[in-house]
Design a protein. Structure first.
Length: 188
């Protein structure tokens, strides 16, 4: 499937689930999208520990700081709860469902995607798969015992939602109220 068609399908599926998707040619464009997003009006962004040193996403941190965004590393769940916005990197995305796969080994990294009000996710364009079946090898690699194994893996599709409260659909009760995925092309 052509890259543009794949992104369009992903965007449509994520939008149907209540999320939003953007396409960026590189990390500089991704930083512009983030800095101009209404969820960052307070100029506060929580990132997982050592995000500034992670590959390939770490280089976005100085770009965001240059735009006046205050970057804070996640700590305990209480220190992250209800932060206006958080930023994570995903292992991959799936166009069929509009989902992103998050994989971490620490609670501090995981709470960014679970407790911030708006969750931004960066995904490399080359890891946007048409269907879940095609992402199987990546999942096997991430779960294989060894030093690269990820212990917390989740597929996220749209903002948090529940119908537990009198069978009424409610957004953001048990997680972020908004999900914004930025697919980043090129070698960032």
């Amino acid at each position: 499937m052509e890259a543009n068609a794949l992104f369009d399908r992903f965007s449509q599926r994520l939008s149907a689930a209540g999320g939003e998707a953007h396409y960026a040619a590189d990390l500089a464009e991704a930083a512009n999208i983030l800095a101009n997003h209404p969820a960052l009006a307070e100029k506060q962004l929580v990132v997982p520990p050592d995000f500034a040193h992670s590959q390939p996403w770490g280089t976005i941190v100085p770009l965001l700081r240059d735009k006046g965004i205050n970057i804070r590393e996640a700590g305990s769940p209480a220190s992250v709860a209800d932060a206006p916005a958080g930023l994570s990197g995903a292992e991959l995305a799936i166009a069929e469902t509009g989902s992103v796969m998050l994989a971490d080994n620490s609670l501090e990294a995981r709470v960014v995607s679970m407790l911030t009000l708006t969750h931004f996710v960066l995904v490399r364009a080359e890891t946007l798969y048409p269907m879940l079946d095609e992402a199987g090898q990546a999942l096997q690699r991430l779960t294989k015992p060894g030093p690269e194994q990820k212990h917390y893996i989740s597929l996220v599709t749209g903002p948090s939602r529940t119908a537990d409260i009198e069978r009424t659909l409610t957004i953001g009760v048990q997680g972020p109220k908004a999900l914004c995925v930025i697919i980043v092309a090129g070698r960032s």
